[in-house]
Design a protein around this ligand. Structure first.
Ligand SMILES: Cc1cc2nc3c(=O)[nH]c(=O)nc-3n(C[C@H](O)[C@H](O)[C@H](O)COP(=O)(O)O)c2cc1C
Length: 453
């Protein structure tokens, strides 16, 4: 379903939220943070907004193949402010101005000119452009994109160089790679990439041939960090692979020296994992809010359903039977309007109110991505934050304790997970398939695939 300009007129109360004050991102903004990874399908707009609400410092959008966005029509909804890049039959990419200061748009490309054209198409709605150099799936690598770039550094670097040259300085350029099998080859590649003038480099600590069920080789990151630091360009190195959330990100930073940590599957399971007190009982604390917000933003129902189906977490108060009933209601519902769904999620809060809460939380950042993690060398054992008093002015909004985002009171917040909490379950049923070329909309991931990136 493509979005089209709404005929509804905006009342003053409904006008899109004002943008937070923020000058453009620099390499420093990629440091000391915890980021939402690019995830096709799972990295939808409502997920990114929840991630920001609960403390993600920056959010990556799902990979889009360069040519796909060139054929899209940009449409802004005057009521909600949502911006959609429409393909022939549905929105290929949607965003909202409120996330722009924190949004990195990821491109799949094997061609500098196309990459630049794609970046120019979206650059007014995003803060940075990232190049996917890690997707190992044949549909990506066959056309020279994704992980194929790792063994074709001339093309990889020509794309980054072209992007840096053609993008205005306020748009950052970054890359996401995987490890190469040997240390020497990895460092050689990293050196070339850094010399293109990028602001940040994410390293998914697996090689192209590794399955995501194999543990990420985070121990290989320290030498990359040291190497990049030795180059003296101030570029941020971001760890990616197996991080379970805020507390674990601190452990990983201490272990690897990485400037920041990027989270994919743990955030797919619970977009509040960026908080030091992630939500528990997600069927009660997250799913209803998510659905209300997604409906308000006119997020495609099928996509919403897909994302909600990935949400899982610890149960404290929600009984198994209640959780099952909600999931059952979700699976039988055909649209947001379905009465079974409406009954299951209750409408005591409107989607507009959910959105306003997010806007308030994001605007409270004042400027720049929030510094969430202590510098690696000063990482100390995490002390559970003091309970946030319900009668303070937070009123259900994210509270801050010494710069740490704490999930709002009144939402069944748990103690922070222990650092030896079990790793998130392997979910290699999920594949991500980037938007195809020439205005053909993204295909649905097929079961049985492995993750990419
Ligand atoms: C559903 C899904 C979609 C993904 N889509 C992308 C993508 O669009 N671009 C990308 O670079 N990586 C993508 N990845 C890979 C992740 O960004 C990340 O590199 C990988 O999952 C390892 O991080 P994790 O251990 O935190 O999950 C995807 C992963 C998943 C699970």
């Amino acid at each position: 379903m493509a979005r089209h300009p709404s005929s509804r007129s905006a009342s003053p109360a409904q006008r899109p939220a004002k943008k937070p004050k923020l000058s453009h991102l620099t390499s420093d903004d990629f440091k000391n943070g915890i980021f939402l990874a690019p995830m096709v399908r799972s990295g939808a707009l409502p997920t990114r907004l929840f991630a920001l609400k609960h403390g993600a410092s920056l959010v990556w959008g799902p990979e889009m193949v360069d040519k796909a966005i060139l054929h899209a029509e940009r449409v802004a909804d005057p009521v909600t402010g949502v911006i959609s890049y429409n393909g022939k039959s549905r929105a290929m990419f949607t965003t909202h101005p409120i996330e722009k200061p924190y949004l990195i748009y990821q491109i799949g490309s094997s061609d500098p000119d196309l990459a630049v054209q794609a970046a120019k198409t979206v650059m007014n709605d995003v803060s940075g452009i990232d190049l996917n150099c890690g997707c190992p799936k044949p549909f990506s690598t066959h056309s020279g994109m994704g992980a194929a770039l790792l063994t074709n550094p001339d093309v990889l670097c020509s794309i980054l160089t072209a992007l840096r040259r053609e993008m205005p300085p306020e748009i950052t350029v970054s890359a996401k790679i995987r490890l190469l099998p040997s240390r020497e080859d990895t460092l050689k590649l990293v050196e070339r990439i850094v010399n293109t003038g990028i602001s940040a480099l994410t390293v998914h600590c697996r090689t192209r041939n590794m399955r995501d069920r194999e543990p990420a080789m985070v121990e290989r990151l320290q030498e990359i960090v040291d190497f990049v630091e030795g180059m003296g360009r101030g570029i941020a190195v971001i760890e990616n692979g197996d991080c379970t959330g805020w507390e674990d990100a601190r452990r990983i930073r201490a272990l690897t020296g990485a400037h920041s940590v990027m989270v994919a599957r743990a955030a797919e399971s619970n977009p509040s994992c960026f908080s030091s007190t992630p939500l528990q009982d997600v069927e009660r604390t997250l799913v209803p809010s998510y659905i209300r917000l997604a409906e308000y933003l006119d997020n495609h129902w099928g996509l919403t359903k897909f994302c909600v189906n990935q949400f899982h977490g610890t149960h404290v108060d929600v009984r198994k039977a209640d959780s099952k009933a909600l999931r059952q209601a979700l699976s039988t519902s055909k649209s947001y309007a379905d009465s079974v769904l409406k009954e299951a999620i209750s409408d005591d809060v409107s989607g507009k109110e959910e959105f306003d809460k997010i806007v308030k939380a994001i605007e409270a950042r004042e400027c720049g991505p929030r510094r969430l993690l202590l510098p690696a060398e000063t990482v100390v054992p995490v002390v559970p934050p003091a309970p946030v008093s319900q009668d303070k002015s937070t009123h259900g909004e994210p509270a801050e304790l010494d710069g740490v985002i704490v999930t709002p009171p009144g939402t069944q917040n748990p103690d922070p997970p222990s650092s030896n909490a079990p790793k998130i379950p392997v979910n290699d049923r999920l594949a991500y398939i980037p938007a195809l070329v020439s205005g053909i909309d993204p295909a649905t991931p097929t079961p049985g695939g492995d993750i990419g990136g």
